[in-house]
Design a protein. Structure first.
Ligand SMILES: Cc1ncc(COP(=O)(O)O)c(C=O)c1O
Length: 390
């Protein structure tokens, strides 16, 4: 058999961490190595494969669309794209009325920043310390952390960084030239940091009072991840802009920037486009996702999330600092040895991902069931107890 790990290291730019594992297939909540050995997936590819692998509804819809039409430029109308946009804005509500489609979370944020400039005529932004919005230059300008930024500074426009959950800091940072405040409803990459109740609604109010827009980055939290269609829907917001990605196409690359009619009116033709944005294949993935993400699946996410949180909170280990999360977006903060824990879990054939410097992050597919979570919790306990305490 070919050594694919070697080939990938040789021919793919090595800008990713190397997990030391080759995976070639997936079914349900498992990924498989070339020998067919199954790994329990508690990360869904950083939150993208929300229905796991080979879901029949998604697969048959995509198969049929591949035979019909895969790509069609946005300058032509298309049944899949038009319906995906209509149904998506309907599900988001909160005054959002149109979608701009792209292919990744970072692109969705790029579009949001440009639309905020077009809508307000201002070019200053506010983002949060410890926040993550992507790695293309605009989104990177809003992303905090020297490991992502320092080689590329100075970055674009003028971004002021404030602590998450700090309304006074937001009030002080809002200026006459502020176009928008960009914020995640729960900081994901930053370590699963939850907002204080009312934070987002108050931030929206503050922004509105200063003529600035609020951009909610729901790339990681959206599409049911927290047990609601959008995490921010807990606060009954009237939205300005929201961005979606990851699970939007059910595992097919798709992202969206949602805007109000007032913002849509200020976006001139040709000011922002993408060759593949909203292509019929991705749009078919979005439609299948919207069909599958019904109230019963959202309630399953809430139930499984609460169950896993409880199981994790019952683990006793000196390494464990705290467990936090919402729905199936869960972080386990540890005092030390985070990477050893991830490696130990991988040895036990459980896949989790890092967040921040000290958090083991779990973003399981929504089709996960209690026996999988029991298996995961037992193995997490086993790995924690096998490591030396310090
Ligand atoms: C909140 C948030 N925004 C944006 C992004 C960037 O998405 P992508 O990697 O698809 O560009 C991510 C990715 O992790 C994210 O978590």
């Amino acid at each position: 058999m070919k050594d694919y790990a070697f080939l990938q290291r040789k021919y793919v730019v090595n800008s990713y961490v190397n997990r030391g594992l080759t995976l070639v297939a997936g079914d349900g909540v498992h990924l498989r190595d070339p020998a067919g050995i199954a790994y329990l997936d508690l990360m869904s590819n950083y939150g993208a494969n929300i229905f796991g692998y080979g879901h029949p509804t998604l697969t048959s819809r995509l198969e049929s669309q591949i035979r019909t039409l895969t790509t069609l430029h946005g300058s032509f109308a298309n049944d899949q794209r038009a319906e995906a946009a209509q149904r998506l804005v309907g599900r988001c509500g909160g005054g959002l009325a149109q979608a701009f489609f792209s292919n990744s979370g970072t692109e969705a944020n790029e579009a949001a920043l440009k639309f905020a400039v077009l809508a307000t005529g201002r070019k200053r932004f506010i983002a949060c310390r410890n926040g993550y919005h992507g790695k293309t230059l605009g989104a990177l300008s809003a992303t905090d952390g020297p490991k992502f930024r320092s080689a590329f500074e100075p970055l674009l426009w003028d971004f002021a960084f404030i602590p998450f959950n700090d309304l006074e800091a937001l009030e002080a940072a809002l200026q006459a030239e502020t176009a928008a405040f960009l914020v995640e409803p729960i900081q994901g990459e930053g370590g699963i940091i939850l907002p204080d109740p009312g934070y987002l609604a108050k931030a929206a109010e503050l922004c509105r009072s200063r003529g600035a827009l609020l951009i909610l980055d729901e790339v990681q939290t959206g599409l049911g991840r927290t047990g609601r269609f959008l995490a921010s829907q807990s606060e009954n917001l009237i939205y300005d802009l929201a961005t979606l990605g990851k699970g939007l196409g059910g595992g097919i690359p798709a992202a969206a920037t949602l805007v109000t009619p007032a913002i849509a009116d200020r976006i001139p033709r040709s000011s922002h486009t993408s060759t593949f944005g909203g292509n019929p294949l991705a749009a078919a993935g979005i439609l299948a996702t919207l069909d599958l993400l019904n109230e019963s699946l959202l309630s399953h996410v809430r139930e499984m999330g609460a169950y896993f949180l409880e199981r994790l909170r019952s683990i006793r280990s000196e390494l464990l600092v705290c467990v936090r999360g919402q729905g199936l977006m869960i972080g386990l903060e540890v005092a030390a040895m985070r990477d050893e824990i991830l490696k130990g879990l991988q040895k036990e054939r459980v896949l989790a991902i890092p967040a921040s410097d000290n958090v083991v992050r779990f973003l399981p597919p929504f089709v996960i069931e209690k026996p999988h979570l029991d298996e995961a919790a037992d193995k997490i306990e086993k790995v924690l107890s096998s490591l030396p305490r310090n």
